[in-house]
Design a protein around this ligand. Structure first.
Ligand code: GTP
Length: 599
């Protein structure tokens, strides 16, 4: 038997902002992973973008050594998980590498829907879940109420939940003590053939592909020849190690441990997340149960503003896909926007993050079209097709039935705001399935069309409940609905990239609001621009952007050269995110005007 009794692999499950990163930083401090002066604010959120937005996007890991009261030194492998509803899939793959999870709940806020969903995933995967009450320093902390909520809503014993304040450090040692007692050590055989699960892979410009793995059995070291089970390819290991939290090379990685492997894999899809690694000498080692293929829920076309950037755009997407298994794309060509890609995202936040990363890290100027969900269309000839692009919807005369995706939404909300939440769900064509009163909170379940949820439902829910309601949802089924395509015409020409699929009952209203919004967003040109919305051949709304009378330079009276230059530069910068469609320049905002159409 291998002795793995000193290892603890764990994740933290927490609703966004309940203090997961702050707590992790405390762990690092206590275990001496970084000297204080090296301690950047929240080292775990390493991407700039993450830090700016204050959310954790990628799963990371940290290996720490903790000397417990029993005199023993434990190796703690902490695998970070994101908290936002768009990134649930990353949580399940991080949990697959752990024996336990800390459920961190803000003692002032109480349990939120996202933590409930993630806790269930952990329990299903057989993990030990240990509740921790954070933010105990705040005057509004109410540990008894929150313990009762954990028991009522999640159904686990919270009687000895550990109170702490990640901010002040109070109780954090107790959390670590309890962790080593409560969370079981991993099981595995060091002498068995190598079997390791890829939890995450990313592309590093200097090192090539770096994979974060959980070793189930065996050991792996520099010089070993590893076999990637799904591709059948063999690579020689350049280095293995752990993040402590700095990248630290070690002699080997053994059963039970979590760390990185670098094996000179240059091919971007050479080490897929969820895959199994073994040694080339033991090719018969079975695959570990992989992760579910993640299905994107929101699709949008992305097009380079300058068609010269198309190849760079393709390269950038290839690189991003390695870091982000959820990102899926295929080439798309649009009459209006030229060549680009149709990209599938987990949700709107994911879409914004990818667009920002493409623009910032890869210096691309892109136009994003209105996001849509995927529809199931039954044709008269019996074929069933899936449509993720409204402009590709087959001709109405050939369609027998259109089906839209329905999600099951689970909402937790304090009783005071229940009425508003129900009103919102009804507006969004929701059907109530269940309602339970759990202490001061109410749990309501709704079936809602996915198209009504993915765009702005989360923001609306927060605003009608003063920030208190929380949401978790998952795809359930396709269901027949009376859907139509709403086309947008600019000066009489149908613009494929602006088409939408909407419910017939809302189509007129949406068409009106959309054309009004677009009128505000399309700059005045030298001629009138007519914006129309149409269903089939029928125009349902129309607005006009009146022609511009004066030239911007006319204001400058000829004399002031620097002012003239400034104005021209300003115009040029403004142009970056514009696309010439026919003879009209349409800015990015106008393509996303649908996001501003409520209801
Ligand atoms: N008063 C108080 N504030 C805390 C405590 N722990 C965290 N915070 C604050 O709560 C906010 C959110 O903390 P984070 O650690 O970033 O939360 P998170 O759960 O990691 O959030 P994501 O990484 O976005 O999922 C920050 O402003 C912290 O300073 C605590 O114990 N007490």
């Amino acid at each position: 038997m291998s002795d793995l009794s000193h290892i603890r692999n764990f994740s933290i499950i927490a609703h966004i902002d309940h203090g997961k990163s702050t707590l992790a930083d405390r762990f690092i401090q206590i275990c001496g992973g970084l000297a204080d002066r090296e301690m950047e604010a929240q080292v775990l959120d390493s991407m700039d973008l993450e830090r700016e937005r204050g959310i954790t996007i990628k799963a990371h890991s940290v290996t720490l050594y903790y000397k417990a009261n029993d005199g023993k030194t434990y190796q703690l492998n902490f695998i970070d998980t994101p908290g936002h509803v768009d990134f649930t899939y990353e949580v399940s793959r991080s949990l697959a590498a752990c024996e336990g999870a800390l459920l961190v709940v803000d003692a002032g806020q109480g349990v939120e829907a996202q933590s409930v969903a993630n806790c269930y995933t952990a329990i299903e995967q057989g993990l030990e879940v240990m509740p921790v009450l954070n933010k105990m320093d705040l005057p509004q902390a109410d540990p008894d109420k929150v313990k009762a909520e954990i028991e009522h809503i999640i159904g686990i014993d919270a009687s000895d939940a550990v109170p702490c304040s990640a901010k002040s450090g109070m109780g954090v040692e107790d959390v670590l003590q309890r962790l080593v007692q409560t969370i079981p050590a991993p099981e595995g055989e060091i002498d068995a053939p190598l079997q390791a699960l890829i939890i995450d892979s990313w592309f590093d410009n200097y090192l090539g592909v770096v994979s974060l793995v959980r070793v189930r059995h065996g050991r792996v070291k520099k010089g070993d020849k590893i076999l990637v089970k799904s591709t059948g390819k063999v690579h020689q290991v350049d280095s293995v190690g752990v993040f402590s939290p700095k990248h630290t090379v070690t002699v080997d990685l053994k059963a039970g441990e979590v760390g990185f492997i670098i094996a000179g894999i240059k091919e971007i899809l050479g080490a897929p997340v969820g895959d199994t690694l073994t040694l080339s000498s033991t090719p018969d080692v079975p695959m570990l149960p992989g992760f579910q293929r993640i299905k994107p829920q929101v699709f949008a076309g992305l097009f380079p503003v300058s068609s010269d950037d198309f190849e760079d755009f393709r390269d950038a997407l290839q690189k991003l896909t390695l870091n982000d298994a959820a990102l899926q794309y295929e080439p798309e060509s649009s009459d209006a926007l030229g060549f680009g890609f149709r990209i599938g995202f987990l949700g709107m936040l994911h879409m914004e993050i990818i667009q920002e990363r493409l623009e910032r890290e890869y210096d691309l100027d892109l136009i994003t079209t209105a996001p849509t969900v995927i529809y199931e269309v039954v044709l008269k000839n019996g074929d069933v097709v899936h449509v993720d692009n409204p402009s590709k919807l087959p001709d109405v005369s050939s369609i027998d039935e259109m089906r839209e995706p329905i999600v099951q939404a689970n909402i937790l909300v304090p009783q005071d705001h229940l009425g508003n939440v129900i009103t919102l769900c009804i507006e969004r064509r929701g059907v109530q399935r269940d309602m339970q009163f759990l202490g001061s909170q109410v749990q309501v379940r709704y079936d809602l069309p996915m198209s009504e949820v993915v765009l702005d439902f989360f923001d609306r829910l927060k605003s009608v409940s003063r920030g208190y309601a929380s949401l978790d949802y998952s795809f359930d089924r396709f269901q027949a609905a009376n859907l139509v395509r709403l086309d947008v015409l600019i000066n009489g020409d149908k613009v494929d990239a602006l088409a939408l699929i909407v419910h017939r009952d809302n189509a007129h209203y949406k068409g009106r609001v959309l054309t009004e919004k677009m009128k505000e967003l399309i700059p005045r040109q030298m001629f009138d621009v007519a914006i129309q919305a149409a269903i089939g051949g029928q125009i349902v709304a129309r607005t006009t952007v009146k022609a511009l009378r004066k030239n911007v330079l006319a204001k400058c009276y000829g004399g002031d050269v620097s002012r003239k230059r400034k104005l021209l530069e300003k115009q040029k910068a403004g142009k970056k995110r514009m696309k010439q469609v026919g003879n009209v320049e349409i800015p990015q905002d106008a393509f996303l005007a649908v996001l501003k159409v409520d209801g």
